[in-house]
Design a protein around this ligand. Structure first.
Ligand SMILES: NC(=O)c1ccc[n+]([C@@H]2O[C@H](COP(=O)([O-])OP(=O)(O)OC[C@H]3O[C@@H](n4cnc5c(N)ncnc54)[C@H](OP(=O)(O)O)[C@@H]3O)[C@@H](O)[C@H]2O)c1
Ligand SMILES: *[C@@H]1O[C@H](CO)[C@@H](O)[C@H](O)[C@H]1NC(C)=O
Ligand SMILES: *[C@@H]1O[C@H](CO)[C@@H](O)[C@H](O)[C@H]1NC(C)=O
Length: 290
């Protein structure tokens, strides 16, 4: 009972903080800024590109599929982007990741926002059957390429007093059954980027690192891979992109979307792990998974 009471008062406090924290945002700060968004041929990355486009940024879009990238770039221009170009690159190859930053530098001259969002290579959603290939490719695409892109872009970002926005997941905070290699890569990101943030701070380098912890979002790929396997309803990718970009511009340390379904679970994780796990279990439609 005492634990429940403490938990409830904590949620109330959290609510107060959440509303207090809704500072207003002047979109002028993004006008003419240079932004690279990875995995922007579709999904959340595409929506993030549109958010920056509306605020008049110079955009570089990247993913593997050129046709989609061209369409997204065209739409960015219609929405008000100062410029919108694309670079085709496969993040399963770390040399390509490094080259992507070189090309970005050649095209833009500098970089203000590095948005790390792409996802792939983690294999099929389902019980772990020892597929080492999937673990290796997930860690390469979803973790090592992020580190490579960051490393290669660090000088540019330092010069511009820029920002890194990293897309993580609840699966990077709480173990995610049936998505082990994906969860492993997201946990790795959380470790790397929270350490990097503190290290930059201690070295008095003004470069912000925003980690976005996302729940279930209604992108085509998420709906088709887990649509019939999860019991929750998916949240809007447009709203998600808005929240992520806003937090990035305000140089917040992290952002949760959808806040109210994620934050209580993450708090329970340390306090009442068995309750958290029982709640989590209800999210899975086991008859469609096993
Ligand atoms: N949707 C959700 O429910 C959810 C929940 C939590 C976190 N997230 C996170 O949100 C981010 C975006 O997710 P999403 O649902 O928008 O994904 P998505 O719709 O599947 O889009 C993934 C993007 O990554 C690109 N990509 C995939 N493999 C690549 C590779 N090898 N090299 C380069 N680009 C590659 C894809 O483009 P190409 O295929 O053209 O290369 C695409 O643009 C991810 O970091 C994901 O982990 C999503
Ligand atoms: C990785 O990319 C580089 C540069 O684009 C290319 O030279 C190399 O052959 C690629 N490696 C693999 C394994 O595809
Ligand atoms: C860091 O850089 C940002 C963006 O240029 C600026 O708004 C902020 O005041 C700087 N912070 C410090 C402590 O210099």
């Amino acid at each position: 009972m005492a634990a429940v009471r403490i938990f409830v008062s904590l949620l109330v406090g959290l609510g107060a903080y959440y509303f207090y924290n809704q500072e207003t945002l002047s979109t002028d700060i993004v006008q003419g800024k240079r932004v690279l968004v990875t995995g922007s041929s579709t999904g959340i990355g595409e929506q993030i590109a549109y958010e920056f486009a509306r605020m008049g940024a110079h955009l570089i879009l990247t993913a593997r599929r050129e046709k989609q990238l061209k369409e997204v770039a065209q739409k960015c221009l219609e929405l008000g982007a100062s410029s919108a170009r694309h670079i085709v690159s496969d993040m399963n190859n770390l040399t390509s990741a490094h080259n992507l930053i070189e090309e970005t530098s050649n095209k833009l001259g500098s970089l203000d926002y590095l948005v790390l969002n792409h996802v792939g290579g983690s294999g099929k959603f389902g019980p772990f059957q020892g597929d080492m290939e999937a673990v290796i490719s997930s860690l390469t695409v979803n973790f090592l390429s992020y580190v490579q892109l960051t490393t290669s872009a660090l000088t540019m970002l330092q010069e511009s007093k820029g920002s890194i926005i990293v897309i993580s997941s609840l699966a990077g905070r709480i173990g995610a059954p049936f998505a082990l290699s994906y969860s492993a890569a997201k946990f790795a990101l959380e470790g790397f980027y929270s350490s990097l943030r503190r290290e930059l701070h201690l070295r008095q380098i003004n470069l912000s690192v925003t980690v976005a912890v996302l729940g279930y979002i209604d992108t085509d790929s998420a709906l088709s891979t887990v649509g019939d396997k999860m019991t929750m309803t998916a949240s809007s990718k447009e709203m998600c992109a808005q929240e992520v970009v806003r937090a990035g511009i305000l140089r917040h340390r992290e952002v949760f979307y959808p806040y109210w379904s994620l934050k209580p679970l993450i708090l329970l994780r340390d306090w009442v792990p068995d309750l958290m796990e029982r709640l989590l279990d209800t999210f899975y439609n086991l008859e469609n998974i096993l």
